[in-house]
Design a protein around this ligand. Structure first.
Ligand code: HEM
Length: 485
């Protein structure tokens, strides 16, 4: 690793600066290996706001969640999109949207996100339900009814990847499933393994066959091919129509945009589904409450659980699954390690609480690292423990969490914050609810005994939901099998 001497010195009013002889990439790797521990150690030494040079960037970390609102509300001087518009195009292989070459496109893209929310969720939810049942039936429920063994991550990946793909992009002409889905998924996993390096701006040409794999993935979304698909979501249709308005945008560029959305829609959802399922299956008391809740919701709607018949959940029914939602939120709290990044647009003084403010220089990055908040014992008692009902109180969603005796505005942030909050968050939680509900209704399932507890693989710290370090073996069988015995 190269050591580089940086000459920046701390100015009056600026936060403590961790500077000096810093291995250029070394700090970044140290950070990635144990971001939470790295930040906790610096907080101990320098207080709740400090600046660190990581991979050539001056990053100011705001560690106290009571200060988060001061960063999140600063829209104008602190910009998120500058960062994403530099990193995402290089990672996914499309030209930068805000380069001036595509006037108006950025605003249209932002507007298209509404098609993932509100009333538009009804269609997405209905479509997702059908697609989940399709994949569950064809690959896991139909046929032999004896106990089978499977790897849990593999199971979540194959079901959620294909069902989400079908829901977003639609199905091919004359058939319900895309050919080559297994290959697409495998290529996606290979690309995804390189994702942290691409985000760290390691040139793709240095990453072995990654460029060839990415080209193949992008090609899957060639506009000519996509035009033959039906049942495509309104979100993807609107984006495809938008790209058609720009003559200077090539077919491969359009395809690369669609590929980026594939990553956004499954890259975090699959590991999030894994953790939600893993924690439920390894906590029988949680499983019992959640299962009961699902049966109750179906009963109230006059739909007794009947394993031989497909049930559907409306958006309202999904919304009413309070314990299921809390259990998902809790697993997201434990597994998410996303970093919220803003880039300073000018030299300015960022006002924090009371009289306190910090000097920030143009181009500096202001970072929030919510994992530190999610694991703060003052906010969450025994933070490393999974408590499925942590977010339920008096039969309602619990929203009051405290630090230093003050109620926190932000206490749960796996989806980011403010204007850059994930636009797919409602859909994501809904599809995980659907997945788990169907799982509990249609399968007998258990984690194979004698396995070590599953731990987090920290290689994508800062980038979203962490993957499990090892896969977990499960036994399952279609539930109706028991009735027939
Ligand atoms: C952005 C998390 C699922 C679409 C983001 C961000 C986070 C995130 C942390 C960045 C926000 C920021 O930095 O402030 C997650 C998690 C998911 C999930 C944890 C699953 C559990 C989805 C799904 C979709 C989606 C299912 C689409 C169907 C997007 C898009 C952006 C984004 C398009 C970029 C927004 C922009 O450019 O402003 N997500 N996401 N996400 N997410 Fe998600």
């Amino acid at each position: 690793l190269i050591s580089v001497r940086f000459s920046r010195t701390r100015r009056d009013g600026e936060p403590p600066l961790v500077n000096g002889w810093i291995p250029f990439l070394g700090k970044a790797l140290e950070f990635r290996k144990n971001a939470h521990g790295f930040l906790a150690a610096h907080k101990e030494k320098h207080g709740d706001v400090f600046t660190v040079l990581i991979a050539g960037k001056y990053m100011t970390f705001i560690m106290n969640p009571l200060l988060y609102p001061y960063v999140i509300k600063h829209g104008k001087q602190l910009d998120f999109h500058e960062f994403s518009d530099q990193v995402a195009p290089v990672t996914f292989g499309y030209p930068p949207v805000r380069s001036g070459k595509f006037p108006g496109m950025d605003e249209h893209i932002q507007r298209s996100f509404r098609l993932l929310q509100g009333d538009n969720l009804d269609n997405l939810t209905e479509s997702m339900m059908g697609n989940l049942m399709l994949v569950f039936h064809k690959d896991y429920l139909d046929g032999e009814s004896e106990w089978r063994t499977e790897s849990m991550y593999q199971f979540c990946n194959s079901v959620m990847f294909e069902a989400t793909f079908l829901t977003m992009y639609g199905k091919p002409a004359h058939t319900n499933r895309h050919s080559g889905m297994v290959m697409l998924r495998q290529d996606f996993v290979k690309f995804d393994n390189m994702f942290p390096l691409l985000i760290a701006r390691i040139p793709i040409s240095l990453l072995g066959g990654t460029k060839t794999i990415r080209d193949k993935l992008i090609n899957y979304f060639h506009p000519q091919r996509m035009s033959t698909w039906s049942n495509t979501s309104g979100f993807i249709k609107e984006r495809a129509a938008l790209f058609e308005q720009y003559d200077c945008m090539g077919d491969v560029d359009k395809a690369a945009h669609h590929f980026a959305i594939l990553w956004a829609s499954v890259g975090n959802t699959v590991p999030a589904t894994f953790w939600a399922m893993y924690y439920l299956l390894t906590h029988p008391e949680a499983l019992a409450v959640v299962r009961e809740e699902i049966h109750c919701v179906l009963k109230v709607s006059g739909l007794e659980a009947d394993h031989n018949r497909d049930v559907t959940f409306t958006r309202e029914q999904l919304d009413s699954l309070l314990y299921l939602e809390s259990s998902i939120n809790e697993s997201l709290r434990l597994s998410s390690a996303s970093m919220n990044i803003r880039v300073a647009q000018e030299d300015f003084s960022l006002r924090l609480e009371g009289e306190r403010s910090i000097g920030v220089r143009k181009g500096d990055i202001i970072s929030l690292y919510p994992q530190s908040m999610h694991m703060d014992p003052e906010i969450y008692e025994n933070p490393e423990m999974y408590k499925f009902d942590r977010y339920v109180e008096d039969g309602k969603e619990k929203t009051d969490f405290y630090k230093d005796g003050q109620k926190l505005k932000y206490y749960w942030m796996p989806f980011g914050s403010g204007s850059t909050k994930c636009p797919g968050r409602y859909f994501a939680v809904n599809e995980i609810k659907q997945f788990l509900s169907l799982l509990l209704l249609h399968f007998d399932m258990e984690v194979v005994e004698g396995q070590e507890p599953c731990s987090l693989d920290s290689s994508r710290a800062g980038l979203g939901i962490l993957l499990p370090a090892t896969d977990v073996q499960i036994h399952y069988r279609p539930r109706q099998a028991r009735e027939e015995e």
